[in-house]
Design a protein. Structure first.
Length: 281
């Protein structure tokens, strides 16, 4: 074997060893990070910024089953909490949660207090004009509760559409805007804060009824023996329920839309829903 042949063999062997080393290094690179390096994502997009900073700031408002704190442990739980954790894991970033109420949620999002509003947020045209909805992830109907002592008096929703009725709602929630359409004769009592506070006037008899999302009402009724659900088998006013981001970030919107389509297609959202419903209602 001549010197030229020996040199060629040494070169090929060295290239093969180098190739193995590069493959091992590539295997150690996290999948999302490796793919991000090869994209044309706008560096001003939230998607690029959270990958660079390693943190996803998430806003939430509490309501039963979707986002809530366990009364014993104080741990944040819920269908959308678990989904938000999964999103952060897929992005290989750390989730950072900030609590808001529905009345100031869109303002806080637009002020950049967080980059994703992951609350159980129901679409309305008014909200859609100021924040950009993704998905949708789910669709929710509504139910109403009255005090158990009034169960015979208010058997149907039509019974609530009366001038002598006061219906409590959470301030800033979609129910507040829907009141004139669904219960035009009733008085409305808007209360700031989380759902438990808005339902309290029904317990103390300052309000006739409280209405909100169907599963939220069933969970509230299970925890409060004074509450009676009107016609629980027939939720009304069903509408899209999902997360929101700021307008003007197409890359972030496109990513989230496809991510939501994936967790829906795999049945992950449905499985979470079933698990929490069985546990809390």
């Amino acid at each position: 074997m001549n010197d030229d042949s020996m040199s060629k063999r040494r070169f090929l062997a060295g290239a093969a060893i180098a190739g193995v080393g590069l493959s091992a290094m590539a295997a150690e690179t996290k999948p999302a990070h490796a793919q991000l390096l090869e994209t044309g994502i706008d560096p001003n997009s939230v998607l690029a910024k959270i990958k660079k900073g390693g943190v996803l700031k998430i806003g939430y408002a509490q309501n039963p089953i979707w986002f809530f704190k366990d009364p014993k442990s104080g741990e944040l739980q819920g269908i959308y909490k678990d989904l938000a954790d999964l999103l952060a894991s897929d992005l290989e970033v750390t989730p950072q949660y900030q609590e808001v109420n529905f009345g100031n949620a869109t303002v806080a999002l637009r002020k950049n207090d967080f980059d994703l509003l992951a609350a159980s947020f129901t679409f309305t045209a008014a909200r859609g004009l100021v924040v950009n909805f993704i998905g949708p992830i789910w669709a929710k109907g509504s139910l109403a509760i009255v005090h158990k002592d009034d169960a015979e008096k208010y058997r149907t929703l039509a019974d609530l559409n009366n001038e002598g009725v006061t219906i409590a709602v959470s301030a800033g929630a979609t129910e507040e805007a829907r009141m004139p359409l669904l219960f035009p004769k009733a008085k409305v009592l808007s209360l700031a804060g989380q759902q438990a506070l808005a339902a309290e006037p029904v317990r103390t008899r300052r309000a006739t009824a409280y209405w909100t999302g169907d599963i939220d009402i069933l969970a509230l009724a299970k925890r409060n023996n004074w509450a009676h659900v009107i016609d629980p088998e027939h939720p009304f006013d069903k509408r899209p329920n999902t997360w929101a981001i700021r307008y003007g970030d197409q890359a972030w919107k496109d990513f989230l839309n496809m991510w939501v389509a994936t967790v829906l297609a795999t049945g992950h959202v449905q499985n979470l829903y079933k698990s929490y419903v069985e546990r809390l209602t």
